[in-house]
Design a protein around this ligand. Sequence first.
Ligand SMILES: C[S@@+](CC[C@H](N)C(=O)[O-])C[C@H]1O[C@@H](n2cnc3c(N)ncnc32)[C@H](O)[C@@H]1O
Length: 345
Amino acid sequence: MTGQPPKNKHRGTPGFLIKFFQLALYIPIQVAFIPFAIVGLVDAIFKEMIISRKLGVSFTAIKALQYRWIMHYFDTRPDPISVAFTKKLPCESHFGLWSTFGALIISQRLFGFTTIFGRVAEPGKETPVSTAGRRVLMFDAIVEKYVDEMEQIVIPGAGFDLVALHFTKAKNTKVFELDQAETLHVKVQTLKDAAIAHDWITYVPVDYSTESWTEKLLAAGFDKTKKTLFLWQSVSLFLEAGTVKKTLREMAGLGAGGSIIAQDLYSKAFISGETSRIVKRSLRMLDRMGEPWKFGVDMSDDPESAVESFLEDCGLRMTEYFQFGEKLGIEPIYCVVEAERLDRV
Ligand SMILES: C[S@@+](CC[C@H](N)C(=O)[O-])C[C@H]1O[C@@H](n2cnc3c(N)ncnc32)[C@H](O)[C@@H]1O
């Protein structure tokens, strides 16, 4: 489901002229959208910040879903299921998103006016603000790579990610999604409201800071003799270092031979906001919403070795390593890794 960036429809015309005309066409469209955007923004902020709190739903799970909505409408990753889901999610506003991004979406579609939302950074050229799109595509690729080989997929901290629905329908793979009770409750209800089939997925409510997720997973039917893909996408940064290590050691101990743990890790510099002012500003918002970033790996010196030894400390051997922004020579911000159990090598 990897989308392609829009093609340049204006070969031969100087770039600055094209940009000028695109901007001239975009501005009146954006102006026409302003009244809707005001109403829509109020609706979106109310739902994302007030209703989510009332329902006890993870704010960051909503934000992660929002990026998938954006990717769909800006043609970088088709995702009609996430759009249908967003329309019924009580703590997000489809209208709010459309009224905010509508002028840019229309302008991109009509005359190729492309902004950061319509581009996915080239592999290795991600910056702190363009990480989101590449991250989603990389995890899609990981699921696609393993879906036929693995007998089980476990997604701890699944939030509103619908990747399992995309890739495991009509397959023999057993899927378990874990998250906090309220977030999962809203997810399942929204799937029902949106008439999205999900009956082959087992939802396991758990707070792994305070409860044993392994006990809950086993009680839900997880089979330790089966080859398993664990998918831990953008969750570890919300946990204390001790919980991250404990959870990874438990994952290492759970799956049968050939199991894979795929996850992302953020650098200490990134989560402290040192690498980007935009990221720094969002830290205050995350604190206010009760989901501060807590865990990052010190990647300041030889990031690959730092990540490798962190994983070894958790009983894992790194098998794949992909560092975002590596080709730009910027301070390490983020990586996606795959690992297998150390003592099975
Ligand atoms: C940024 S969201 C990522 C969601 C999903 N993996 C994705 O990529 O869309 C982080 C998720 O971790 C979950 N999470 C954070 N702390 C947790 C905990 N202690 N127990 C269970 N889930 C937790 C949140 O509820 C949220 O859904």
